[in-house]
Design a protein. Structure first.
Length: 342
């Protein structure tokens, strides 16, 4: 029975229905993004997953692994930390299987994302202060998860930060789909990073295929991933304030760190030129490419993984007032930077 008295009927078998729509997302060519006509750019549109993000793949893999390992059984409650997208995906998974779901978020989570989680029946726990030792919100969220695991009867966590099922989700799913669609491996792959599960899975597949693709990890300035220096980060969805355990098994060919404002500019360039409204991490990936587009050899083929839809970001990165108050940059300067990014 949940907190409002509804009876759960757990379905431990993997449900199909909406779950069957996870994966096989489109790979589309971007012909208007850059002035370099001698370079081919593709975008993997993960917003076409049912929860509008690549985290649907991760959530499905985490749940399936939890069931097969015996961790997830009738009567458990699931507790997880999320900046948003995994929370949505796990909210749906738990609804379909009949498990109560508790999601820990921080104030950077988009209001629309939190509302969607609640619509699926999740109990959302908002941490009010960053971790006192590190000043980091992710550390505070993870601490709250540990508290809830002690307070909630039969509570378990799938721990997206250490669970290697994420690698399989993106090796067997995301990267395999890209290779199958193209019929070959691209020269460059740009992937935004948080838990490092997506890029780790993609690299795993590329190694298995003995592909020469260079995998570039796009991180936020202020993130501690791969030796980064801790700093203020205002955008959810990529970067990390605590190094995840998965990072130990991931070796990107290069790390590119992108400032918050450049992520905003990249996202706006993507929507204005290609009609693709994507999230902050996609803006960072776009900016990372365009900042070095003129250095690339003629004939280079690039794939960008665009992690999620921008619908939840219309009140933030696409809102001039929010950007001005948060990042101290006005609309005219944003437009100038966007025009220069070609």
């Amino acid at each position: 029975m949940d907190k409002v008295g509804r009876m759960y009927a757990p379905n431990i078998s993997s449900p199909m229905g909406i779950r069957s729509t996870v994966g096989d997302t489109p790979l589309v060519r971007l012909d208007r993004l850059t002035s370099r006509e001698d370079i081919t750019v593709w975008a993997k549109l993960e917003e076409f997953n049912p929860g509008s993000s690549t985290k649907d793949r991760t959530a499905a893999a985490l749940v399936d692994q939890g069931i097969s390992s015996g961790l997830l059984t009738e009567g458990v409650s699931i507790v997880e930390s999320s900046s948003g997208n995994l929370g949505i995906a796990l909210s749906r998974e738990c609804l379909l299987h009949g498990w109560p779901f508790h999601c820990v978020v921080d104030p950077r989570a988009n209001a629309r994302t939190v509302a969607i989680m609640k619509a699926f029946g999740a109990v959302v726990h908002m941490v009010e202060e960053p971790d006192p030792l590190t000043g980091d919100w992710l550390a505070a969220r993870r601490n709250k998860v540990q508290e809830l695991l002690k307070e909630i009867p039969c509570a378990v966590t799938l721990d997206q930060y250490s669970n290697r099922a994420a690698f399989e989700a993106h090796s067997e799913g995301t990267m395999r789909e890209i290779l199958d669609t193209l019929g070959h491996a691209p020269d460059l792959l740009f992937v935004a990073m948080s838990t490092t599960g997506t890029i780790g899975g993609c690299i795993k597949r590329l190694k298995e295929e003995k592909a020469a693709t260079r995998a570039l990890g796009v991180d936020a300035e202020g993130s501690v991933l791969f030796g980064g220096s801790r700093g203020t980060r205002n955008l959810p969805g990529f970067g990390a304030g605590v190094s995840p355990d998965l990072e130990r098994d991931v070796a990107p060919d290069e790390i590119i760190r992108v400032a918050d404002v450049d992520s905003v500019v990249g996202a706006r360039a993507l929507v204005h030129r290609e009609g693709i409204l994507a999230g902050a991490s996609a803006g960072a990936v776009t900016a990372a490419l365009l900042q070095r587009i003129h250095e690339l050899p003629s004939g280079t083929e690039v794939v960008l993984i665009l992690h999620d839809s921008g619908a939840a970001y219309v009140e933030t990165i696409y809102d001039d007032e929010w950007v001005h108050s948060t990042l101290n940059i006005d609309a005219a300067e944003l437009a100038r930077r966007e025009a220069a990014l070609r």
